[in-house]
Design a protein around this ligand. Structure first.
Ligand code: UGA
Length: 425
């Protein structure tokens, strides 16, 4: 089957290359000249482990090619995946202008029956909007179907997630579209949830919101555990082994970030408000998440004597999580903002992210030199087994705030660090 992917961000590029793995021919379309040039040269314009190898493999085998030519791309392909961005509006809702532009271009250039699939995270009712946008821009009445088929992959493990999904959700209204979509996914070994487009769109928001809720739940509980001197990791394990709860996304830390959870939870809250049915649980999820970096900054401030002015803080990790160069809504950057507002001096490190500001240092050793405290903000493997004894000798004071609960606390304490995690008692 010939597949067109519109939008070559991490979702679009991963989806396209995974379809190549499944034996399909793929065209990647983007209006951004730089992205297309990079991809044509076999280079990813973002960091995603394992994806570069797939690009090299399928570009060499001519299973995938990249173009800026919308008309030819639409004409030549049967199934068109919309994978463009849906940024957040000022009211918290999703901005669908990119999706609309794509739908209108598809309508304009459509030459025979097509299936148009929304892969981007789009609000409930978007499939209907896409249908109308396409119809309006069609010159001839050529039949088509719009399908919702949300993506559940994570940055940093996109290839593995896309190759081994827990489920595939297909929201379609026509039997023809449904059977073509199932044919497309026939080599994946997981349940397929068949439903209508609206429910499919809701599944995506509900999944991300539920996961964000688990994180805010454990983070707020961690604050109580702090008061009661309880290890929250033991609590996560103790409840996570209950199959009804599950062990994942119960890691207490700095709060969720990234391009998805913050935006999607807000968009669902906005949909709920617009429909007169507020989702108060999710409003609390957002509140707890916004408080978490501030709560942790206060912990640092208390430990350092109630004043951070001219205190030097080494920050390990600025990406919103490990294995990505993405800093969107990064809790680490939020903590840095709070620390700077308290007039602390920041020395930051990240193995991949390049910061624009003057605060970044190249090596871990430079980052901790003269520091009063080190704060681990991103769970990069690099920070797991450091030579803390020699790092200690470079520091002015020996406070270690492990907000990823990832270092061996007994070991660092025995070296002489004043250790504090997130309720890691
Ligand atoms: C998330 C979802 O996990 C994917 O299923 C979804 O497809 C994607 O959004 C999307 O909508 O495109 P992603 O944002 O890449 O994926 O990252 P996650 O691994 O889910 O992490 C999100 C945030 O939660 C990170 O800041 C992470 O550090 C934090 N987190 C995660 C915790 O604080 N605790 C946990 O236990 C797990």
């Amino acid at each position: 089957m010939k597949i067109l992917i519109v939008g070559t961000g991490y979702v679009g590029t991963t989806t396209g290359l995974i379809f190549c793995e499944m034996g399909h021919r793929v065209t990647g379309l983007d209006l951004d000249e730089c992205k297309i040039q990079a991809l044509q040269a076999g280079k990813l314009h973002f960091y995603e482990p394992g994806l570069g190898d797939l690009l090299t493999k399928h570009a060499a085998a001519q299973n995938i090619y990249f173009t800026k030519r919308t008309k030819e791309a639409v004409e030549e392909n049967d199934v068109i995946f919309i994978c463009v961005g849906t940024p957040q509006n000022s009211d918290g809702g999703a901005d669908l202008s990119y999706v609309k532009n794509v739908a209108e271009a598809i309508g304009k250039y459509m030459n025979n029956y097509k299936i148009i699939v929304t892969k981007s995270t789009v609000p409930v009712g978007t499939a209907e909007l896409v249908t109308n946008w396409i119809k309006k821009s069609q010159e001839d009445l050529i039949p088509f179907d719009v399908v919702s088929n949300p993506e559940f992959l994570r940055e940093g493990s996109a290839v593995q997630d896309a190759l081994n999904p827990d489920r595939i959700v297909i929201g379609a209204t026509s039997e023809k579209a449904r059977s073509i979509m199932k044919e497309l996914y026939k080599d994946f070994h997981c349940p397929i949830v068949e439903t209508n487009p609206k429910a499919s769109e809701m599944i995506k928001y509900a999944a991300n919101s539920f996961l964000a809720m688990k994180i805010s739940f454990i983070n707020e509980l961690a604050r109580l555990c702090d008061e009661l001197n309880i290890n929250v990791n033991d609590v996560s394990r103790g409840i996570g082994l209950d199959q009804r709860i599950g062990p994942l996304f119960l890691r207490a830390g700095m709060g969720y970030g990234g391009s998805c959870f913050p935006k999607d939870v807000n968009a669902l809250i906005q949909t709920a408000k617009e429909n007169g049915q507020p989702l108060s649980i999710l409003e609390s999820v957002v509140k707890v998440n916004a408080e978490q970096p501030l709560y942790l900054m206060e912990k640092i401030k208390d430990a350092l004597g109630g004043n951070l002015k001219n205190k030097t803080i080494g920050v390990f990790g600025v990406a919103f999580k490990a294995n990505t160069d993405d800093t969107r809504e990064s809790a680490s950057l939020k903590l840095i903002e709070h620390l700077l507002a308290e007039e602390a001096e920041i020395r930051a490190h990240d193995p991949i992210v390049k910061m624009e500001k003057e605060h970044q240092f190249r090596t871990i050793e430079e980052t901790v030199t003269g520091a009063d405290a080190v704060v681990i903000c991103t769970d990069w493997d690099e920070y797991k087994n450091l030579d803390w004894a020699s790092l200690k000798s470079l520091m002015k004071q020996t406070y270690l705030f492990d907000f990823c609960n990832m270092v061996d606390k007994e070991k660092v304490k025995s070296i002489g660090f004043q250790y504090m995690g997130v309720a890691n008692h």
